[in-house]
Design a protein around this ligand. Structure first.
Ligand SMILES: Cc1cc2nc3c(=O)[nH]c(=O)nc-3n(C[C@H](O)[C@H](O)[C@H](O)COP(=O)(O)O)c2cc1C
Length: 181
């Protein structure tokens, strides 16, 4: 599952996520989640997600989608030295579905390459029991690499993404018996 963590008009998260999708295709069956299309409201469930007593169709649909995922890539910008709220909201909606799923970050932004956004999300992914890869793709000043709606990665970014995908594959196999499905 590749999650596009930005919903702004003109976002560069979409072309970056499309690059990730192209790189993973073939080895993986991809569920490409554009949070702009998913259009979840702000967390509106009355019960704690850990008990899985969902009352809204959008939550049931999101739950089934995440349940089916073997591994997750979060493509995330940095906003005001922290995470993208729409991405945090999508994580908060569920709990057991994320449990022991491998997760990798592809982050981008200005000088920090989105790393402060990732640090902001770390407690949330730890809270729901996800297991992070060692390698992460970090893209500073990513806007400079987007032209005509297409992202052009550097050789280093291609190499790190390959490493991330290989790690996710190993973790997906190792963690499968520990997941709630
Ligand atoms: C509300 C907002 C806050 C931002 N804050 C930061 C920041 O703290 N650090 C940074 O490096 N870039 C920051 N940026 C620049 C973004 O990383 C850059 O605009 C990027 O394109 C945003 O991702 P998106 O286009 O996919 O939404 C910010 C952008 C916005 C819109």
């Amino acid at each position: 599952m590749i999650i596009v963590g930005s919903v702004r008009p003109g976002r560069i998260g979409l072309p970056i996520a499309q690059w990730v999708q192209k790189a993973a295709e073939g080895d993986w069956e991809i569920d490409f989640v554009d949070l702009a299309e998913l259009d979840l409201p702000f967390m509106d469930e009355p019960n704690h997600p850990s008990i899985r007593k969902y009352t809204k169709q959008h939550t049931l649909d999101w739950s089934a989608r995440v349940d089916a995922a073997d591994a997750v890539i979060l493509v995330t910008p940095e906003y005001n030295h922290s995470f993208s709220p729409v991405l945090k909201n999508a994580i908060d909606f569920l709990s057991q579905e994320w449990w022991r799923k491998p997760v990798a970050f592809v982050s981008y932004g200005g000088v920090s390459g989105g790393t402060r956004g990732v640090v902001g999300l770390e407690p949330a992914i730890t809270g729901v029991g996800m297991v992070r890869t060692g390698a992460s793709v970090e893209i500073p000043f990513a806007g400079k690499q987007v032209a005509d709606g297409e992202f052009t990665p550097s050789a280093k970014e291609v190499a790190v993404l390959d490493k991330v995908l290989a790690e996710l594959e190993g973790l997906a196999t190792a963690l499968r018996p520990l997941q709630n499905r």
